[in-house]
Design a protein around this ligand. Structure first.
Ligand SMILES: O=C(O)[C@H]1O[C@H](OP(=O)(O)OP(=O)(O)OC[C@H]2O[C@@H](n3ccc(=O)[nH]c3=O)[C@H](O)[C@@H]2O)[C@H](O)[C@@H](O)[C@H]1O
Length: 434
């Protein structure tokens, strides 16, 4: 091999680098260098794209249950300016409220109502893909037009939460971010633990250390009444028969709230929402996807309890729920702790926010048929054992007395408003919800 190496191909013209073999060697070394450089670059690329951004805690990316894999990026003067402007109180005695889950159904309505009356509002939402993200973006655009900024981030991102409290001394937190839906808990159980338990604890941890500590109002659920048979459901009833993991995480949230109130003097109010519906609603809820499917001519399943038992819900219209949320915020007393230490007893409350008139699901479908002027293709199905309960019915006397809560919208009136919104949003059923 050596002699070939040193033998010039053309006498007098020997140039090592021009030897075909050496060229080959050079090429092969270049190729190796390129391959190794590519491998190296690839590793750097993988490292950077898999590791959390420096400004995010990383808990979002490390949890496989989450469907919003975008890490939030935040910081900077412009960002802080937007936050301050959004949270600025514009009315006398107004409050500055951090609304978690602000791009959600209830979150959007509550944020907008608070802003309208001059309170300062800052939203927080992780825009996960549990349902159509474009609907969440449309709600965000709606809020932006009224001056509410939504910070994109996860409630488990404690670094972000602390930063928000550094920028704004929130007087109140309206904690609505959650993994909703009773049936989806069978598909993705860890998402419920991530949002409804770990996320709640993150919020409370940051609130307990904040100075001043804010008062917290948060979303519990009618589902905590589980398999109870005594109706209407009262706050005094036991809540240890959950029928779904969703319900169990909301019940756990109520116990966690008790602990933070007891140890740290946080003022905490849990609101047990009863099947909230209305414009800008959640596409995973029956009234919403029934509307979509009826318009498409697709069959819908109506659940029935054993022995042809009626399945019914105390459907509650969004505007009534918003009034209940504002009533809870307005009557919330201050937290008593400071520097992470309790200074005295603090308020701990829980309220039913329902409509007090349960309606069978089959009647809901009849109302939709009339409003949409389309006959539904009904299939009757046995109530599946996946978290659903047969009925819900709220006793709201406590909320009435203490929050001034008084629902005024019956299901027909509320669905009429929903259908009007649905048709204008999705364009007369031609473009339909996903
Ligand atoms: O109050 C709550 O705390 C919860 O309310 C809501 O749960 P639910 O009351 O179960 O609402 P939703 O799914 O709309 O089903 C409505 C009815 O349709 C029946 N239903 C449902 C689906 C179907 O295909 N057929 C059917 O008959 C079904 O059996 C039920 O009777 C929220 O989703 C939940 O996040 C939580 O906030």
């Amino acid at each position: 091999m050596k002699h070939i190496d040193n033998t010039p191909s053309t006498p007098g013209k020997f140039k090592m680098e021009k030897s075909p073999y050496n060229r080959l060697r050079l090429h092969s070394s270049l190729a190796k260098l390129t391959i190794w450089s590519l491998v190296f670059l690839g590793l750097i690329f993988i490292f950077f794209f898999r590791s959390p951004s420096s400004s995010s805690s990383g808990s979002l990316t490390s949890d496989p249950s989450r469907r919003s894999l975008r890490t939030s990026s935040y910081g900077g003067l412009a960002w802080e300016k937007r936050i301050k402007a959004s949270a600025k109180v514009r009315s006398r005695n107004g409050m500055s409220v951090l609304v978690t889950g602000a791009a959600g159904f209830v979150g959007t309505h509550v944020s907008s109502a608070l802003k309208r009356r001059g309170d300062g509002v800052l939203g927080l939402d992780n825009f996960n893909d549990y349902y159509d993200q474009s609907l969440k973006r449309a709600r965000q655009a709606l809020l932006e037009r009224s001056g509410v900024y939504i910070v994109e981030g996860d409630i488990n991102d404690v670094t972000l939460l602390k930063k928000l409290f550094d920028i704004v001394p929130f007087t109140h937190v309206m904690h609505l971010a959650a993994q909703a839906g009773v049936r989806y808990a069978m598909e993705n159980p860890s998402s419920y633990v991530h949002s409804n338990i770990a996320g709640l604890v993150s919020i409370l941890e940051v609130c307990k250390s904040a100075n001043p500590q804010p008062a917290i109002v948060w979303a519990s659920s009618s589902s905590v009444y589980g398999l109870n048979t005594k109706v209407p459901f009262s706050e005094k009833d036991r809540t240890d028969n959950p029928a779904s993991l969703y319900a169990a995480t909301k019940k756990a949230g109520e116990e966690i709230a008790h602990t933070y109130n007891h140890i740290y003097g946080l003022s905490l109010t849990g609101l047990r929402f009863f099947t909230v519906y209305g414009p800008w609603g959640r596409p995973d809820m029956a009234y919403f996807f029934f509307t979509r499917d009826i318009l498409k001519g697709k069959a819908i399943q109506i659940f029935e309890a054993p022995n042809h038992g009626t399945v019914a819900r105390d459907f509650t219209y969004i505007d009534d729920i918003v009034k209940g949320c504002l009533g809870a915020l307005d009557t919330a007393e201050k937290s008593t702790g400071s520097g992470g230490k309790k200074k005295g007893p603090a308020q701990l409350r829980v309220y039913n926010l329902g409509n007090t008139s349960p309606v069978p699901v089959s009647d809901l479908v009849s109302i939709l048929e009339r409003l949409l002027k389309v006959k539904a293709k009904r299939t009757i199905m046995k109530l599946p054992r996946n978290g659903d309960v047969q009925f819900t019915h709220a006793n709201i006397s406590l909320a009435q007395r203490e929050l001034g809560y008084k629902p005024t919208t019956d299901l027909r009136t509320g669905l009429k408003k929903f259908v009007r919104w649905y048709l204008s949003y999705y364009g007369n059923g031609k473009k339909s919800a996903q």
